[in-house]
Design a protein around this ligand. Structure first.
Ligand code: AKG
Ligand code: FE2
Length: 300
């Protein structure tokens, strides 16, 4: 395995230029594996009670999920597990298969003994993870990421979320087009790289990580300025203590996620996905909008 491309539980096998999945398969309804992985937890008993809110805690209906992801880049989930998520919201998404994922598409994230040796497997340790984009060395990282906590930590393990949109919205499209060649994400081997930010048709994809696997390389003063603005945002993350049954669904092109260090038997599950072609605002698969110009599905 090309372990130098691994990060956390977020493996990057090659710095490819993968495009949107050609054959998007709708996320299946909870299969045996998914049911099994949540069967041991009390939250899977009884009728589904998944609660969806925005970051301020305002309740949202299922039909508001995609528009809120467009507006805020993130929503919060509670009283839920992977089977509930798939049953309630799975019709909106096609899954992106990660090499670490099980047959149901979910990756189990908990401490694993062998991971301590390898900086690239930091996600499978109890260490802090600096806010990052999953699969950041792809030209087209998966657009959405759902993380749900299945077992509580004893201490720590808070989610750290950072919205990059305000940083990019301070720039004109022209300036961002220039910055595309002035700020790179480089892996430590020097082989893999991607522009840290790319913009096409007003839609923006941010790719960020800064760890022992890869880091940003500015090539100009303007690139350095953009990087320092991103770092300032990352140093003031939105911190969300997570308990079992809680988690988030976010736009991976826009909102960086990380976690604080933890102790205890914390276990979470993660799904990477694109919006299904028939879902509202499926253009979000190509990035988040920089400006308030109208787009298909704005009224849904
Ligand atoms: O454990 C978490 O809260 C997130 C893990 C993660 O982001 C990763 O492994 O890439
Ligand atoms: Fe991650």
């Amino acid at each position: 395995m090309a372990s130098e491309f691994l990060h956390g539980a977020d493996e990057v096998s090659t710095p490819t230029h993968a495009e949107l999945p050609q054959d998007p398969t709708l996320i299946a309804r909870a299969d045996d594996q998914t049911t099994k992985s949540s069967a041991s937890s009390p939250m899977s008993e009884g009728p589904p009670q998944m609660e969806i809110t925005d970051l301020q805690g305002t309740p949202l209906g299922k039909s508001e999920v995609v528009s809120r992801l467009d507006a805020d880049g993130v929503i919060l989930l509670s009283e839920t597990g992977p089977a509930d998520f798939v049953r309630e919201l799975g019709h909106l998404f096609s899954s992106f298969r990660h090499p670490h994922a099980g047959p149901d598409g979910w990756t189990v994230i908990r401490t694993r003994d062998h991971a301590i040796q390898d900086p690239a497997l930091r996600g499978f340790t109890s260490s802090a993870l600096e806010p990052h984009t999953d699969r950041s060395f792809l030209s087209h990282p998966p657009a959405f990421l759902c993380f749900l906590l299945e077992s509580d930590s004893r201490t720590g393990g808070d989610a750290l979320l950072v919205d990059s949109a305000p940083v990019y919205r301070d720039y004109s499209d022209e300036m961002l087009a220039e910055l595309q060649t002035q700020l790179w994400l480089r892996d430590r081997s020097g082989v893999g790289r991607q522009p840290l930010v790319s913009v096409a048709e007003g839609l923006c994809i941010n790719r960020f990580r800064n760890d022992r696997v890869g880091s940003p390389r500015p090539l100009s003063p303007a690139g350095r300025t953009l990087l320092s603005e991103l770092v300032r945002a990352i140093n003031a993350p939105h911190r969300i203590p997570l308990r079992r049954g809680e988690g988030y669904l976010l736009h991976n092109h826009r909102v960086l996620h990380g976690r604080s260090a933890y102790s205890g038997n914390r276990q979470g599950v993660r799904l990477l996905a694109f919006l299904a072609p028939q879902a509202p605002r499926s253009w979000l698969n190509r990035g988040f909008r920089l400006r308030d110009e109208s787009r298909p599905g704005d009224d849904s």
